[in-house]
Ligand binder design. Structure first.
Ligand code: C5P
Length: 239
């Protein structure tokens, strides 16, 4: 896949006007945008349409986590918005993931819709080994937990996972080729880790087997976002 199809820019801005400003400013360099909580709650589905109207694909990052019935209905609604990808938490469990997949496949067949890629969050990149233990009481360690949730996601028939670059190689080895790995927490050399605990450079992430990398602040907060993308793309190419 060419690098432009592997870079997802997180539209972590507060409103639709700022989001569209970013999309128009970055032009052809970015094909896929991630719309998360802040923007979706402030601007709603109308913004998704505005982004689609500009020829871009959308990763709807709402990380669904609820009972199977509720999540599968939200998944159907996301599918009807024509998003390219959306996600849920693998820790919502096997049944939740299977019901979600089945509902999406059913509505796509009935209404002749394009099936979005459904991916599951394993462990948020803001968690460390220590906070996984102290906050969630998960004792077997980050790598084992991520591997377990990735395998569960695969068994449930979803398309892949969101995972930190530090676990990408393990997931690739455990779940094989064709299972998508989407990696946030990417930090080029000039960017501090902020609240991310498990970071990697774009080059490392691609080398370890990430299919897509998600980048927010390193691009949006750069004084010249187009230049930031250029440097990141060179790193991706050399990987
Ligand atoms: O600014 P930064 O590059 O850290 O942004 C990362 C984006 O990826 C944020 O929108 C964040 O919500 C999202 N994300 C994450 N970790 C996950 C899943 C999504 O950081 N496990």
């Amino acid at each position: 896949m060419p690098w432009k199809e592997r870079l997802i820019v997180a539209l972590d801005v507060p409103d639709a006007a700022q989001a569209i400003n970013v999309v128009e400013r970055l032009g052809d360099d970015v094909k896929i945008y991630k719309v998360g909580f802040e923007l979706f709650v402030s601007s709603g589905p109308a913004l998704l349409q505005q982004i689609h109207d500009r020829g871009k694909s959308i990763f709807l990052d709402l990380k669904f986590h609820d009972i199977p019935n509720t999540v599968s209905k939200a998944a159907v609604a996301a599918t009807r918005h024509g998003v390219f990808m959306f996600n849920l938490h693998a820790s919502g469990g096997y049944e939740m993931m299977v019901r979600c997949r089945d509902s999406v496949e059913e509505v796509c067949a009935k209404e002749n819709l394009q099936k979005p890629k459904i991916i599951a969050v394993t462990v948020l990149t803001s968690f460390s080994n220590e906070s996984l233990k102290s906050d969630l009481c998960v004792q077997h360690g980050m790598k084992a937990h991520v591997r377990h949730l990735a395998a569960l996601t695969k068994k449930a028939g979803l398309d892949g996972v969101v995972a930190s670059a530090q676990e990408t190689a393990i997931i690739r080895e455990h779940c094989g080729k064709g299972f998508l790995i989407v990696t946030p927490g990417i930090r080029p050399s000039w960017q501090p880790p902020d609240d991310q605990q498990r970071t990697a450079t774009p080059q490392q992430a691609i080398r370890d087997g990430a299919d897509y990398i998600v980048m927010g602040r390193a691009i949006l907060k750069h004084e010249d976002p187009a230049r930031a993308i250029e440097i990141i793309s060179l790193e991706m190419l050399t990987a």
